[in-house]
Design a protein around this ligand. Structure first.
Ligand code: 6AU
Length: 273
């Protein structure tokens, strides 16, 4: 696995342009934090993005939970992504036949493909979902720049998750078949050692996003389970995702700085710097 290498080294050698960008941003900002901005109005979203922007590498949205989504949401988010140099990850968790996910990704009210650098999907429908999303990502020039990448949701943090075993190994198999579009995984650990029917390509370097990161809570009443930045990064996370731990803190800016610092120190310890 490449998890002993610095983000800078991985940025230089990675075959995927969006992964290179992601590692460059992390290195420049000394941050591996993705804030999960699960707020429900455009004002709150843009306000968080502007205040937390300096401390994060990626903002993760659930754009369909906004009560007032409009073009202003996307223009505002993109302006802040430029201003603060972060990437946008829409956590849509596509899970359907190819024909449907292409429409959900590209069309509709949300037009996710136009503005989200990163999306995620489940491979429950089989590998056709990845093929379909890849076709859409590669077939169009987008107004805010055209690098697009996919994270496969290989595991889940919720209690009793069924995304285990053969589902998780199928996630790895499929990721290996679409290296130019699949950046890596949303998972609780690095998956390089998982049994797979596909041989790893030489220089394979999947990016691991681990969610369920929280410094002040062990979980919620609906089955969410948390770990700390240190534990997530120790298990192979390259980017830590935190929602309520940051945006619901008494001072979200201070919280973002704290997750940034702890995430960065855990990363430095891992790469032996
Ligand atoms: O830190 P929280 O618990 O407030 O938010 C965690 C965020 C939420 C979830 O929808 C998402 O991470 N998530 C995911 C993702 C990112 O795909 C997968 C998972 O297994 N667990 C999880 O919480 O926006």
């Amino acid at each position: 696995s490449k998890s002993q290498l610095t983000y800078g080294a991985r940025a230089q050698s990675h075959p995927n342009p969006l992964a290179r960008k992601l590692f460059q941003v992390a290195e420049e900002k000394k941050s591996n934090v993705t804030v999960s901005a699960d707020v429900t109005t455009t004002k709150e979203l843009l306000d968080l993005a502007d205040r937390l922007g300096p401390y994060i590498a990626v903002i993760k949205t659930h754009i369909d939970i906004l009560s007032d989504f409009s073009q202003a949401t996307i223009d505002g988010l993109n302006a802040l992504a430029q201003k603060h140099n972060f990437l946008i990850f829409e956590d849509r968790k596509f899970i359907d036949i190819g024909n449907t996910v292409q429409k959900q990704y590209h069309n509709g009210t949300l037009r996710i493909s136009e503005w989200a650098h990163i999306i995620n999907c489940s491979v429950l429908p089989g590998e056709g979902i990845v093929e379909a999303l890849a076709q859409t990502a590669q077939s169009t020039d987008f107004p805010y720049g055209s690098e697009r990448g996919l994270l496969i949701l290989a595991e889940m943090t919720s209690k009793g998750s069924l995304a285990t075993g053969t589902y998780t190994s199928a996630s790895v198999d499929i990721a290996r078949k679409y290296p130019s579009f699949v950046l890596g995984f949303v998972s609780t650990r690095s998956l390089g050692e998982v049994e797979s029917t596909e041989a790893p390509a030489q220089g394979e370097d999947f990016v691991v996003f681990t969610t369920g990161v929280n410094l002040s809570s062990k979980g919620d009443k609906l089955g969410q389970q948390y770990q700390t930045p240190q534990s997530a990064i120790g298990r192979g996370a390259d980017f830590i995702i935190s929602g309520r731990g940051i945006y619901a803190a008494a001072d979200p800016v201070e919280a973002a700085k704290q997750y940034q610092q702890q995430g960065w120190e855990a990363y430095l310890a891992r790469v032996g710097a």
